[in-house]
Design a binder for this molecule. Structure first.
Ligand SMILES: Cc1ncc(COP(=O)(O)O)c(C=O)c1O
Length: 393
């Protein structure tokens, strides 16, 4: 038998991530020490009080059944968190939906909302599930270029009217992955008015809402007037509380859109394991001092990496947020050449920018998932790599 992937599967791009992983393993097999800055999975631990809540709850054998849409306490905890952290009021019953990680919602939303032939406006570069979800739904992707000269914001006036007439949904993410830029309230207000004019659902991915540095404001899209009429916001405990493997996240905002996603999901999964929900409630209703400490740790990492790279002569922008550095590569390489040679020669694994869309060419994404000392060491190796390649040229 010869099984060939469907046309939809063929449109998906796991290939570059896999290629980086394969190259990394190959280098390790050859005896190289590889500093892995490729995958965005946090290396920090969840707070101990969250682990305690999980363990304690796991002992209750009456809590091993399906949980469906989750416990009311979780939705209330999200409401509390949004009020405390972003000054947003939510109706826990109608404006919050629990997810098995925000990926769950991001992957399924388009199928719940988009018909084949409908357009979806997607950031380029952008987190890969945005495109993949539209492909699964049979929608048409319209990439919105995010360029440094426009502060990585899409230019809404560049989108042709024939696209807008068929557009059902628009995805944005500030701060995002791989682009770490922040948006201001003015931009979000422009998006609300644009969405109202063209009858488009706005999807804001706020997965990095608690990794915002240097005292920059943490602006939820939901805090903007009119946002709930046009949009929803995804968020997660994965990066905020280092619970990525627990698979718990949520979406907030527009009641109708949330209801549609909930209906779709009720056909697919039966909810998150109860002890994980209890742990999430504990995290979301804590005193948040853990979050301040974590931001400081990431700032130290970012400063070690960026200043180390500066010493090597490679000027990269200082990320205002997230666990990534989105670095424009020196001229003379494609993103893939640069990333692959970096693994083979310097023993540093990063992701080539074109994995995130056409506009990612010329960049690499560096994940700050190692302690500052190891990031400084990576920068030293890169310095040597750049010096060696100058000699070769
Ligand atoms: C921008 C962005 N959104 C969403 C996700 C999905 O996170 P999770 O499903 O763990 O909530 C990620 C994960 O890396 C991400 O980078």
């Amino acid at each position: 038998m010869n099984f060939i992937g469907s046309k939809k599967l063929q449109k998906m791009t796991a290939s570059i991530f896999q290629e980086v992983a394969d190259r990394k393993m190959e280098a390790i097999r050859k005896g190289k020490d590889v500093i892995d800055l490729s995958v965005g999975s946090p290396d920090f631990s969840p707070p101990s009080f969250v682990v305690d809540a999980l363990v304690e709850s796991a002992r209750d054998t009456s809590k091993y059944g399906y949980t469906l849409k989750g416990i009311a306490e979780f939705n209330e905890a999200v409401g509390f968190f949004y009020k405390q952290r972003y000054e947003v009021d939510l109706d826990p019953e109608k404006e919050v939906l629990q997810l098995m990680g925000s990926q769950d919602g991001l992957a399924h939303l388009a199928t719940a909302i988009v018909n084949p032939g409908d357009y979806v406006l997607v950031p380029d570069p952008g987190y890969p599930i945005y495109e993949a979800s539209v492909n699964i739904a049979g929608g048409v992707i319209f990439p919105m270029p995010l360029l440094a000269e426009n502060r990585f914001l899409p230019n809404l006036t560049d989108i042709p009217m024939e696209v807008l007439n068929k557009a059902k949904m628009m995805i944005i993410s500030y701060p995002g992955n791989p682009v770490t830029a922040l948006a201001d309230k003015n931009f979000f207000e422009e998006v609300v008015s644009f969405a109202k004019t063209h009858d488009i659902l706005v999807v804001h991915d706020f997965a990095y809402s608690e990794l915002i540095f240097d005292g920059n404001p943490q602006i939820s899209f939901m805090s903007v007037s009119g946002a709930k009429e046009v949009g929803i916001e995804f968020n997660s405990l994965s990066k905020t509380f280092n619970m990525a493997g627990c698979r718990i996240g949520y979406v907030v905002g527009n009641t109708q859109a949330i209801h549609l996603l909930a209906t779709f999901k009720s056909n697919i999964d039966y909810g998150v394991f109860y002890p994980i929900q209890k742990a999430a409630v504990t995290a979301l209703t804590s005193d948040f001092s853990y979050l301040q400490g974590q931001v400081k740790e990431y700032e130290l990492r970012r400063d070690a990496l960026v200043s180390g790279l500066e010493n090597s002569g490679w000027q990269v922008a200082k990320s205002p947020a997230t666990m990534f550095v989105w670095a424009k590569i020196p001229s003379g390489w494609t993103s893939r050449q640069f990333a692959f040679e970096l693994i083979d020669q310097a023993g540093v694994a990063v992701i080539p920018g074109d994995a995130f869309g056409e506009q990612g060419e010329g960049y690499v994404r560096i994940a700050m998932v190692q302690p500052p000392e190891r990031l400084s060491q990576a920068a030293e190796r890169i310095e040597q790599f750049l010096a060696d390649s100058l000699i070769k040229k």
